[in-house]
Design a protein around this ligand. Structure first.
Ligand SMILES: [Zn+2]
Length: 103
């Protein structure tokens, strides 16, 4: 699953097929299809679904909690595109900047 973090207001929210925007309006994004997402103005975060749902199943009653794996998605990624970066291309190429799958 992918989330989007806004460095300006601190909002961190999950992406869905409907566009979502952070509280300050500087970060927004949405999924299109099952795998790809388009984001702008924020930092995409990936959560490994298997790890996350296993941690939920193994939720401890007390103590420190159960860890799961999450990561900051790289700037260039196969499954996330950024409309802003497309506009930056001066050569007129249509190549998109995209981020990788959840796994
Ligand atoms: Zn914000």
């Amino acid at each position: 699953m992918k989330l989007l973090y806004c460095e300006h207001c601190g909002d961190l929210f999950n992406l869905t097929n409907e566009e979502k925007t952070c509280k300050c309006g500087k970060a927004k994004g949405k999924y299109f299809g099952n795998l790809y997402a388009e984001v702008s103005g924020g930092i995409p975060i990936g959560i490994q679904n298997f790890s996350f749902f296993n941690a939920i199943k193994a939720r401890p009653r007390t103590g420190l909690g159960k860890r799961f794996e999450a990561f900051v998605i790289p700037k260039i990624c196969e499954t996330i595109k950024s409309p802003a970066k497309r506009k930056e291309r001066a050569d007129g190429s249509k190549k998109q900047v995209v981020l990788p799958p959840d796994n």
